[in-house]
Structure formats: structure tokens, C-alpha cells
Design a protein around this ligand. Structure first.
Ligand SMILES: [Cu+2]
Length: 126
């Protein structure tokens, strides 16, 4: 086969792969579907492993709310959770579910961090 044709075919295949790769949205850009309301209690689920996911959540203000932290084989510092506005400073289990009662939040943003502040998440109450 002609070398020029081979190079063109490789170029087209590479362009296709790059196009497909770019059209897959990054996980953080997907709308977060981590907030549910069960029996009048709002539950916000955040997973902790190498950071917090989703990084940004939107929830309703004025509802009794639980922040549900999920870990699974987590061994990094996202286990060490701080929510300064709520005086939360705790260690999550390496694997498990930890419910944190947020009471009935008013409108505003609640930030959570790992103890060193390198990982962060935010919940916006509207
Ligand atoms: Cu950290």
C-alpha cells in the first residue's frame, strides 16, 4: 500500500478517536443526581475517595437534610472530613455510610473539605 494512504488513514482514525474521547463529558460536568427526598427528609449523597464526588451539589433549602457520606476502600485523606460551618471534624470509616444531620439548612452554600483543605465539595441550598 502507498505510504501516503496509510498516513492519511492513521490520521483519520486518530481524529475519530480524539473526537469520541472529547464528546464524552467529564464526570464532574454531568448534572449531579445525588439528592433525593425520602419521607420528607432530603438526602444528599457524596462519595469520598481521592476527593469528593460530586464536587458541587444543589439541594433545597428549608427541608430537614442529611448529608450521607459514602466510602468504599478509601484510604486517602478524604476520610478526614471537615465542614467548618457545622463544626464537623471527623474521620469517616474506610468503607461505609456516614449520615451527618444538617438540620434544616437555610439558603446558602455549605462547604466540606478534607482536613488539609486539598479536597473540597460544596452543596448549594436554594
Ligand atoms: Cu487532604
Amino acid at each position: 500500500m502507498n505510504k501516503a494512504i496509510v498516513i492519511i488513514v492513521i490520521g483519520i482514525v486518530a481524529a475519530g478517536i480524539i473526537f469520541l474521547w472529547r464528546s464524552v463529558p467529564a464526570q464532574d460536568s454531568l448534572p449531579a443526581n445525588n439528592v433525593s427526598i425520602v419521607d420528607g427528609v432530603q438526602i444528599i449523597e457524596i462519595s469520598a475517595k481521592g476527593g469528593y464526588r460530586p464536587k458541587n451539589s444543589v439541594a433545597e433549602a428549608g427541608l430537614p437534610t442529611i448529608l450521607r457520606m459514602k466510602t468504599g476502600g478509601t484510604f486517602d485523606c478524604s476520610l478526614s472530613l471537615r465542614i467548618p460551618k457545622r463544626n464537623v471534624s471527623m474521620f469517616l470509616p474506610q468503607t461505609g455510610t456516614t449520615d451527618i444531620d444538617l438540620g434544616t439548612p437555610e439558603a446558602g452554600t455549605l462547604d466540606g473539605f478534607c482536613s488539609m483543605g486539598m479536597y473540597r465539595f460544596a452543596v448549594e441550598f436554594k
